[in-house]
Ligand binder design. Structure first.
Ligand SMILES: *Cc1c(COP(=O)(O)O)cnc(C)c1O
Length: 243
């Protein structure tokens, strides 16, 4: 992953790519969280293949893009869908033209507005972080610190643990704000996020972690409301747990 969907951690894809290149290892990255979120250049990043999905940059759902570097000989791929041999045998089936055009238009807009998107989402995310960390104690950020190490973290992402307040309880108490305890697309029912587990954060931090994401359409009022509700709920959970 060029950037992680749960923690917002940005990987040094360029460095990984250059090691792969040096040793003739093919390199694919899932760039879904990077495209439209940080500057990402397939050539500079030394990737051979990269994939991303449209709906993460406000494009239509159900369409994604796979980049394959032009090399000679060609990088061979096995089709996941075969049949009529469309798209040079790579993906059979009638092309989803509205999806493709929608992805392309959304991508142009996302790349064109990139700097503005980054600064606006960073401003909202930092307000969120400041509000939460100033009003409730025992808060730990998972991944790079949003204020001290912002260049290694996606500007829209905040993954934060409220020690003593399990995320499952927090989620049950707050019905009108969408946030997650792990990846939105994971339904494994594990105790806590496999990403946090791999980062060795420990059970306490893992079980109390939530992920909050802002978008450029998020308003200041929504951020203020979110801070207020989470602070309220965390304080009430901690009281119940400790009393
Ligand atoms: C959302 C996401 C996916 C899945 O894309 P879908 O089009 O929703 O299936 C894959 N990888 C990352 C990093 C994502 O954030």
């Amino acid at each position: 992953m060029a950037a992680n969907n749960e923690t917002g951690v940005i990987q040094d894809i360029e460095a990984i790519g250059s090691i792969c290149k040096k040793h003739s290892v093919l390199f694919h990255t899932d760039a879904t969280q990077a495209v439209g979120k940080i500057p990402f250049d397939v050539v500079k990043s030394n990737v051979d293949l990269c994939s991303f999905t449209a709906h993460k940059f406000y494009g239509p759902k159900g369409v994604g893009c796979l980049y394959r570097k032009k090399t000679s000989p060609k990088i061979e791929m096995v089709p996941q869908i075969d049949g009529g041999g469309h798209e040079f045998g790579l993906r059979s089936g009638t092309l989803n033209v509205p999806g493709i055009v929608g992805l392309s238009s959304a991508l142009q807009l996302a790349v064109g507005n990139l700097n503005q998107e980054i600064s606006e989402t960073a401003r909202l995310r930092d307000t969120l972080y400041n509000g939460l960390s100033q009003q409730v104690g025992d808060v730990v950020v998972n991944g790079p610190h949003p204020l001290l190490d912002s260049c290694h973290r996606l500007s829209a992402n905040l993954n934060i643990s409220f020690l003593g307040a399990p995320s499952s309880v927090l989620m049950m108490g707050i019905k009108d704000i969408a946030f997650s305890a792990a990846a939105a697309c994971g339904t494994t029912g594990a105790a806590y996020s496999h990403v946090l587990k791999a980062m060795n954060v420990g059970n306490e931090r893992g079980e109390t972690a939530i992920r909050l994401s802002v978008g450029s359409y998020t308003t200041d009022e929504e951020v203020e409301y979110t801070i207020e509700r989470i602070v309220q709920e965390v304080q009430s959970i901690r009281k119940q747990v400790y009393n």
